[in-house]
Design a protein around this ligand. Sequence first.
Ligand code: C5P
Length: 219
Amino acid sequence: MYNIAIDGTAGSGKSTVARALAKRLDFNVFNTGDLYRGLACAYLDMGYHNITEKSVKDFIKRCEIKVEFLEDGQHTFVNNFDYTSRLHEEEISVLSSKVAPFKKVRKKVKKVQRQFAKNNNCVMEGRDICTAILPHADLKLFITARPEIRANRRYQQNKNEGKSYEEILKDINERDYNDSHRKVAPLKPAKDGIIIDNSDMTVEETVDYCEKLFKEKVR
Ligand code: C5P
């Protein structure tokens, strides 16, 4: 099976690039953030509230995670309940980033990710795919862009949601800092990965470049 691993900074367009690249190559695209998001939904549904090491350990023991690809894309199940429609609620975005740093959580999620990559040609995207989950992937990419460019992209996408460009830039700088400074699975390029700064590239150009890199690698 061919595996392409993509990590990158918030707002770099890595999810869009991963989806488009997978489509061109007729691979599955696997969004790993959805697993942490699904766990965050289940955390609340199972009656947990505050995040403590003890409660997360207890919670994760009681969870089975599963991903299925249906006609409309990736679905995330925890204990056989499909949480897909709730994954992008604001509360879940915040909670997922609090649940994600725990070792036991990462261990469980890692198993699901590796199993999938073993059985499918896929483009897998997240924060630690190149460094921890698929260090032997056929191609390892780290996608980023200058913070001002990423903030402007988000601002243009979400103009009607009320956040100013300055607020978005502040969020992006904070997320960069938190993602790259956390103790467990920090966001960083793999030593043998390829860094793509797409500040001056369109999505199409980024996908073209990734496709070219993949074809060169597997030729
Ligand atoms: O990518 P997305 O924003 O959907 O991810 C949700 C949360 O899961 C992020 O805040 C991030 O902290 C965490 N995450 C992670 N490792 C991954 C993917 C996501 O820690 N591979």
